[in-house]
Design a protein around this ligand. Structure first.
Ligand SMILES: [Zn+2]
Length: 165
């Protein structure tokens, strides 16, 4: 039986449905059908602009963005769907906090909706460090279907691993 590490926090009946999709070899096709749109955010410069645009729309007053990069070494699950570090630097005599956002490079080739989901997740961390209620409210504010997207992203990552093995 497939252990479904990306779905460990979800109810057993949902996990069973996913196992059934896998057993019938339907998971990949289902996701491709539901998320056909690729995105054009190919490099770190484009990623920075993409993140900044979303931030301007929803979180204008949050701390300024620092570096924004795709990171090939980041493991999505281990780093809780991304990573978020605070970097403080002295700028012109004043301590200015800026935030670095690293996005696992698997998202470079993922459907557009999943890139948006992970960026929304990381932007929400500019205001909330933990995965608490306020954090998810921010996520839903930026992406109303956030919870469905996160679930489907976990399916996508599951499918990617199946394809590799
Ligand atoms: Zn997080």
């Amino acid at each position: 039986m497939h252990s479904l590490k990306y779905l460990a926090g979800y109810p057993p009946h949902l996990q069973d449905k996913v196992r059934e999709l896998i057993a019938r070899d339907r998971l990949g096709a289902m996701l491709a059908d539901k998320y056909p749109e690729p995105h054009a955010v190919r490099n770190d410069g484009q990623l920075y602009d993409y993140v900044q645009a979303l931030k301007n729309r929803h979180l204008r007053k949050a701390v300024p963005l620092g570096k924004v990069v795709y990171d090939g070494k980041l493991q999505v699950l281990k780093h809780a769907l991304g990573t978020h570090t605070s970097v403080s630097r002295v700028q012109g005599g004043r301590l200015k906090a800026s935030r670095e956002i690293r996005i696992a490079s698997v998202f470079r080739d993922a459907p557009a909706e999943f890139l948006k989901m992970i960026v929304v997740h990381e932007l929400a961390h500019l205001k909330e460090a933990d995965h608490n209620k306020a954090f998810y409210q921010l996520c839903v504010h930026m992406a109303p279907d956030y919870h469905q997207l996160e679930f489907d992203l976990r399916l996508y990552l599951t499918q990617l691993e199946l394809g590799r093995s």
